[in-house]
Design a protein around this ligand. Structure first.
Ligand code: 9MR
Ligand code: 9MR
Length: 614
């Protein structure tokens, strides 16, 4: 748990009167490779958005909500028309005036064409003399099936320690394996600790690179693996897991009789277990917090070309509990497919739990951010709750149940707050598991946990209804990785839908995808490859086309971190000063605080697109 309430800076407050409707980027102008700290686009081209009818640029479901935001100074409602591909008006109505939206400072109106249930390509919505980008209305598998597959391929392409094959990723994305000890890599096969942390080396190959960097961090890897496995566990409950089964994704393990989404998660789970301190060593059973380069590498750097020394950082209680939670979930979900692997996961989870209980105060410091992210976390009671919940759901054992029921997080209203869950805030994950997986908890207690999920989902719906773009974030919620937070909150609503069958929760989930796919103040689809105006220059050391024209842009299905009002990188500071919170985003490779990709953001995207594709 860490505090992430956003405090407006003096700059954002002073410029509150400025009417910044949006900031678009110009197409990439390739310049010589830089160090990533500067913008690759030289012009300061902050132009306003080209289109003021904001829709989901991918499209809508015939039986789902279909809403658009119209930005208009008009004080009264406007008439809208929905046209099909041949230009025929198939539905019409009038907008609802919404007034000024705090997060974007836009004056918005709502056009709701949900009652139209036809299907087809190339619809447009017109209002107030403006016309939207064209969009499709298609069924779930048709509309979201491709994005689900691409959002999962992101994980394959982030894999460390294995070559990325053209046959699976496409020729532009193929690359040699990274960090297997082939020069100039120092390799993750024999990694020493930082000075003073341990006197031995470990083989910590594999796993996914965290983001645009080549670090591998247990807390962020664990929550991401958990989300992929959870997406499968949820689908199995709903009876829709066939779509995630064997040979459904572009992974090398196709055809091994194990669902492909689990194959992908296992690539990370194997790595997480390698990060556990071995028996016989000090702090045995705990997990090293992270491993990464001794110093930041420049952009671009292909994984196999990273020449930096890799180092293990000191074990932390948070990482240990994150491993315990993810490995306990692994034991439960993998059991029908690979009993031996499930048993190995359970053994690792139990040892991690015991070690965390014995070492509850190993806190990862904020200062450890050279060459990799800090992922600091000063409060681990929520990680204890999450790990206990997973171990209890898997084993049914009394000791874990007691740890669940005696935790303050079992009853705290903060477990599912408006900020939701994240790599440092994991109590909600325990709640989601206990609310959905059958356990021996008293029925009344399970019912109370389920109500806590639906109450949280209703809170997100209330937040959305107060926003011009139906975003499940308060105006203060535009922090680093805000798009990941949107996606995580959408998962809470999807789980509430699963628990109750109520359509309003499904609508909230789908409208959250609308936001990510273009229904926002910038008219920006934050998912590469999807939408007329989609992010394409996310911060990444290999998908660094903006810095080196011979390298690819991020592959389709890569979610950008999103608007971050705190402007925490030099490009954002130079280009976005005065931005409204929801507009503090720039599609520039240098803006790592608004435009990086990360496993903990693509994991909820994969989860949600699986839900939407059903
Ligand atoms: O590239 C790094 C990115 O992955 C991280 O999220 C970010 C914050 O930890 O840091 C980036 O690295 C920059 C470093 O912090 C400062 N010097 C320039 C680095 C490359 O942009
Ligand atoms: O997602 C992380 C965000 O919550 C933090 O505020 C930020 C700064 O510490 O770091 C983010 O994580 C980055 C990590 O530190 C390094 N790899 C890239 C991650 C995404 O930007």
């Amino acid at each position: 748990m860490h505090v992430h309430a956003f405090t407006p800076t003096a700059a954002t407050l002073a410029s509150a009167a400025l009417l910044v409707t949006g900031l678009l980027t110009t197409p990439a102008t390739a310049e010589p490779a830089g160090n990533g700290a500067t913008s690759a686009t030289s012009a300061t081209s902050a132009t306003s958005a080209t289109n003021a009818i904001r829709t989901n640029q991918l499209g809508y479901l015939p039986d789902g909500p279909k809403r658009a935001t119209v930005v208009s100074p008009s004080a009264g409602p406007l008439n809208w028309q929905l046209r099909n591909a041949s230009g025929t008006v198939v539905a019409s109505g009038s907008t609802t005036v919404r007034g000024t939206d705090t997060a974007s400072r836009d004056t918005t109106q709502l056009a709701d064409f949900s009652s139209y249930t036809g299907t087809g390509p190339g619809y447009t919505l017109a209002a107030g003399g403006l016309t939207s980008h064209p969009f499709d209305i298609k069924t779930g598998p048709q509309l979201y099936g491709g994005l689900r597959s691409d959002a999962m391929s992101f994980f394959y392409q982030q894999r460390s320690g294995i070559p990325i094959e053209a046959s699976l990723a496409g020729a532009a994305y193929a690359r040699p394996a990274g960090h297997l000890g082939v020069a100039p890599n120092k390799g993750d096969t024999n990694v020493p600790c930082q000075a003073g942390v341990c006197d031995y080396s470990r083989d910590v190959r594999g796993g996914w690179y965290d983001a645009g960097d080549h670090g591998k961090y247990v807390v962020n890897g664990g929550i991401s693996a958990w989300l992929l496995v959870n997406s499968f566990e949820r689908a199995r409950r709903a009876g829709t897991d066939a779509a995630l089964g064997d040979s459904t994704l572009r992974v090398p393990e196709r055809g091994n009789s194990v669902p492909d989404v689990l194959d992908e998660a296992r690539w990370e789970l194997d790595f997480l277990m390698r990060m556990q301190v071995p028996e016989g060593k000090p702090l045995a059973g705990t997990a090293f917090h992270k491993m990464h380069d001794a110093a930041w590498t420049a952009l671009p750097t292909r994984p196999g070309q990273d020449a930096q020394q890799r180092e293990l950082h000191r074990p932390s209680t948070a990482a240990t509990l994150n491993l315990a939670a993810a490995a306990a979930q692994c034991a439960r979900v993998f059991a029908p497919y690979d009993a031996a692997f499930a048993a190995r996961c359970l053994d690792s989870a139990r040892r991690a739990w015991t070690a965390a209980r014995a070492n509850p105060g190993l806190l990862a410091p904020d200062s450890d951010g050279t060459g990799g992210g800090a992922y600091s976390d000063a409060t681990v009671s929520d990680e204890f709750y999450w790990a206990a919940s997973e171990l209890y759901a898997t084993t049914g054992q009394a000791a874990y149940r007691d740890a669940v029921t005696s935790s303050p997080w079992h009853t705290s209203a903060d477990a599912l707050s408006s900020f939701g869950f994240g790599w440092a805030d994991t109590a909600a994950l325990g709640r989601l598991t206990l609310a959905t997986v059958p356990t021996g908890l008293p029925a009344a207690d399970t019912a109370r946990l389920r109500t806590s999920v639906t109450t949280a989902a209703d809170g997100h719906l209330a937040t959305m209804s107060g926003q011009g773009y139906a975003t499940p974030l308060p105006a203060s919620g535009y922090v680093w990785g805000s798009n990941g937070q949107v996606a995580n909150n959408a998962i809470v609503m999807a789980v509430a839908h699963g628990l109750t069958g109520q359509q309003r929760y499904r609508a909230g989930t789908l409208e959250s995808l609308d936001y990510l796919l273009g229904r926002n103040t910038l008219g920006q689809s934050y998912i590469s490859g999807y939408g007329e105006q989609a992010s394409r220059n996310q911060h990444h050391r290999f998908w660094a086309h903006q810095f080196d024209a011979s390298l690819p842009n991020p592959p389709a299905g890569s979610l950008a971190g999103g608007p971050n009002a705190a402007l925490q990188d030099p490009v954002a500071q130079e280009r976005l000063s005065g931005c409204a919170p929801a507009a503090c985003y720039i599609d520039d490779i240098g803006s790592y605080s608004t435009n990086e990709v990360a496993v903990n953001w693509n994991a909820p995207l994969a989860w949600l697109t699986q839900f939407a594709a059903e």
